[in-house]
Design a protein around this ligand. Structure first.
Ligand code: NAD
Length: 256
């Protein structure tokens, strides 16, 4: 379905972003990966699916590097047709204990990076009158939890930014939407599972059970593959008129 299109997925060396990059490649798109850690592993996984794959190591807290990454994708593949703003980090602490440098980093990586990537990618999309931007927000873009001030503020910001961008482009072929996952078992959440297990002196399995029982009525983690299929749908013609939504995939979290 996406043959000839190019997808740039930020934070795609692991977790949800990697799942989305794989789904884009499966649909025939060229893919530019980004993120830290096992770059070669991620590249190899995407390349196995047969399409063209590239990588840019931009740090999502640095506006100039974000701009360079979008330009590099345009130079290599001719366009950025699909932009998935996914890179994100977490820090858990009460406001009065929250390290100022962690606040700044979360706002930069989880919120401002989406603004910078859109700012640079939108003109090309508008010129071609086709584009898809999917911002990976969170249920924490819709509701709050204690001890996640920066993350919740950033994700609420992403949902607001998504709506503004959707309105500014409403009469064009460029759609902008957000997806809002609940718990997904990725390295980002595994750290929270490990912290809970260590703090309470319980097993990893029990920590996972408690985490789900507190917030996610289905008692199941959402998978990166399930989220990626939603993004594939948002890239399809059936979704041409879906604009500015914040679509939760959360096992019933925000229905409570
Ligand atoms: P993850 O830790 O597995 O992946 C994060 C990705 O972002 C990695 O590729 C990492 O290298 C990259 N990254 C981190 N800092 C970066 C930086 N400065 N520059 C470039 N890349 C950077 O986490 P994940 O759970 O897959 O999270 C992906 C997104 O999904 C995040 O925005 C997160 O907030 C969101 N999310 C996750 C969950 C969940 O339960 N896991 C729920 C809701 C939303």
């Amino acid at each position: 379905m996406l043959k000839g299109k190019t997808a740039l997925v930020t934070g795609s060396t692991s977790g949800i972003g990697l799942g989305m990059a794989l789904a884009m490649a499966r649909q025939g798109a060229n893919v530019m990966l980004n993120g830290f850690g096992d770059v070669e592993g991620a590249k190899a996984e995407v390349a196995k699916l047969g399409g063209r794959v590239s990588y840019h190591g931009a740090d999502m807290s640095k506006p100039a590097e974000i701009e360079a990454m979008v330009r590099a994708a345009e130079a290599e593949f001719g366009a950025v047709d699909i932009l998935i703003n996914n890179a994100g980090i977490q820090h858990v602490a009460a406001i009065e204990d929250f390290p100022v440098e962690r606040w700044d980093a979360i706002i930069a990586i989880n919120l401002s990076s989406a603004f910078h990537a859109m700012r640079v990618a939108l003109p090309g999309m508008k010129q071609r009158n086709w584009g898809r931007i999917v911002n990976v927000a969170s249920v924490h873009g819709l509701v709050a939890s204690a001890h996640k001030s920066a993350y919740v503020a950033a994700k609420h910001g992403v949902v607001g930014l998504t709506k503004v961008a959707a309105l500014e482009n409403a009469t064009t072929g460029v759609t902008i939407n957000a997806v809002c996952p609940g718990w997904v078992l990725t390295p980002l959440v595994q750290k929270q599972v490990d912290a809970r297990a260590a703090q309470a002196g319980i097993s990893e399995e029990e920590a996972k059970r408690q985490l789900l029982a507190e917030k996610q009525p289905s008692l199941q983690f959402t998978t990166p593959e399930q989220l990626a299929e939603l993004v594939v749908f948002l890239c399809s013609p059936a979704a041409d008129n879906i604009r500015g939504v914040a679509w939760n995939v959360d096992g019933g979290w925000v229905a409570q």
